[in-house]
Write a protein that binds this ligand. Structure first.
Ligand code: GAP
Length: 510
């Protein structure tokens, strides 16, 4: 299956089974905003719990907070977001469509990448297994020509964007002959900087002072509370403050389903360390975070690190963990060594000291910060897209299955009576009552057992428990495993322990 088709299938499956809906759908939706449905919110909550448990509850030197979305407007001046949280944008005068200038150029580069891939595919078709792809790429004149073109464009893009030379970016678009995908014309406006923060007004204040922002990252809520938490929690460096919450960015190019949204959730942790020790902790958190991902079992090959060459003004090291999404490898999480930039800026703008007294060194200092920042919605898409499969079974029938990590599945177990008579529904309800305190369970008595199993496979329920006539005689049930589709006969008393050993977070985190 083509990757783009895979994304389309994931989107339609997510909608069909109540995971994700376009927001305000009855009004034709609102671009780049989505609602999580009844199963989506369960899956999302489970991902949050997995992160919170491992990050906060399993570290005695990390605590969690929940700060307000609205913050004092000076916060965003101090953090640099008012002046520098911009994307370069360009409009096409004919289609009236707005684009991110760098994305237009990147899409143009993609055409050369596709040309190279086409040459490689031709070679593979011609020479089969003997074809040496790397040697071909290093020597074939067409490939080399396209590679040189890519390097030349990337160099000009780095140079112009790096210097904030918007005229240079415009010239590059014109020189490359880039046309608007909608109108097909080159009738462009100049390139302008566009701030990504949403603003609104505070009801009780008039004029300019009323302008406040919807936070574009949760991290600043942690920085401004650094001393509150350190003092009240008697935290000793190194320590971390974590938070899960909404963030808002007025993305110009918002596409690829829930990958890039205007309203999304972040799970961030700021780890405060001694100045000079930040690189040690940066490596530590890179290692910890990739282990966290790998434990989920979505496939180690689906992750890779991308170290940033061009660093943000506040960072002295940064890397992304990229995931193999249906659209290819893209950023899932960022790990940033943010130096003492943010706390120092807040000291300057607020006039308040944000320092830590280190009893071992017997001195005060502004701590350095290593940050881990993951998008909850991107994590949701990573889990959903890598778990979704259409399988052809031995009897040639088909099933759609979500092989979600059991600990993240919306329902852990579906309890079903074989038929709707002979006291089986009542017995099934009894069994459900013994399980519902520990697990999110679903009761399902409609349709044939086969259809019910398919329905549970499609929403990723790891276990189905069937109550049949034998249950009434000996208190045993069958338990069916989603992945192997094998059924075992077990006693009702055994169920809780069996299911628990498979679906608890402990199996992932231990
Ligand atoms: N505090 C650091 C920070 O916000 P970032 O790289 O801009 O860093 C962190 O964002 C993570 O937030 C990203 O790795 C991504 O997972 C998620 N994210 C950023 N913009 C997003 C968007 N428009 N939609 C969904 N997730 C987004």
């Amino acid at each position: 299956m083509q990757k783009e088709d895979n994304l389309k299938e994931v989107i339609s499956h997510a909608k069909e089974y109540g995971f994700v809906f376009p927001s305000s759908e009855i009004y034709d939706g609102l671009s780049a905003t989505y609602d999580y449905g009844q199963l989506g919110s369960e899956l999302k909550n489970n991902i949050k719990s997995y992160w919170w448990k491992s990050m906060v509850q399993m570290h005695d030197n990390i605590v969690g907070i929940d700060s307000a979305i609205f913050m004092h407007p000076t916060v965003w001046k101090a953090s640099g977001h008012v002046d520098a949280f911009n994307d370069p944008l360009i409009d096409n005068k004919d289609s009236k469509k707005r684009y991110r200038a760098d994305v237009l150029i990147e899409d143009h580069i993609e055409k050369y990448i596709q040309k190279i891939d086409k040459e490689v595919k031709k070679g593979i078709k011609r020479f089969g297994d003997d074809f040496d792809v790397e040697q071909f790429k290093a020597t074939n004149p067409n490939v080399l020509r396209n590679k040189a073109k890519i390097e030349e464009i990337e160099e000009r893009m780095r140079e112009t964007l790096g210097k904030n030379d918007l005229e240079g970016v415009y010239n590059l678009i014109v020189d490359l002959g880039i046309v608007c995908p909608i109108s097909g014309t080159k009738n462009w406006t100049e390139v302008r900087q566009f701030n990504l923060m949403f603003s609104t007004e505070l009801g009780s204040v008039a004029g300019d002072a009323a302008k406040i922002y919807l936070r574009p990252e949760t991290a600043q809520g942690i920085f401004v509370n650094f001393l509150n938490v350190q003092k009240t929690g008697r935290m000793k460096i190194p320590f971390g403050i974590a938070q899960i919450g909404k963030a808002f960015r007025n993305e110009i190019v918002a596409r690829q389903f829930i990958f890039r949204m205007r309203e999304f959730e972040q799970m961030e942790m700021q780890f405060f360390v001694r100045p000079g020790e930040e690189m040690k902790w940066y490596e530590y958190w890179k290692d910890q975070r990739i282990k966290w991902h790998n434990k989920l079992g979505l496939g180690e090959d689906n992750y890779r690190f991308h170290d940033h060459v061009k660093l943000a003004h506040y960072a002295n090291a940064a890397a992304d963990i990229e995931f193999n999404f249906p659209m290819g490898f893209k950023e899932l999480e960022g790990i940033h060594s943010r130096t003492d930039f943010d706390l120092k800026q807040h000291e300057e703008y607020s006039g308040k000291k944000l320092q830590y007294f280190d009893p071992e060194l017997n001195k005060n200092y502004v701590p350095y910060v290593v940050e881990t920042s993951i998008g909850l919605d991107r994590m949701f898409l990573a889990v959903l897209s890598s778990s979704f499969k259409n399988e052809t079974l031995e009897d040639a029938s088909e099933r759609a299955v979500l092989s979600l990590p059991p600990a993240l599945a919306p329902y852990k177990v579906a309890v079903m009576p074989l038929t709707r008579k002979d006291g089986l529904p009542e017995k099934a309800r009894e069994v459900l009552d013994t399980l519902k305190y520990d697990f999110n369970c679903q009761y399902d008595e409609k349709d044939s057992p086969g259809k019910r199993y398919r329905r549970q496979d499609a929403i990723g329920t790891p276990y189905c428990v069937m109550i049949d006539h034998q249950t009434l005689e000996d208190n045993t049930v069958t338990i069916r495993d989603r992945d192997t589709m094998k059924q075992d006969r077990v006693s009702i008393e055994e169920l809780r322990g069996m299911i628990s050993s498979k679906v608890s977070f402990m199996t992932l985190l231990k």
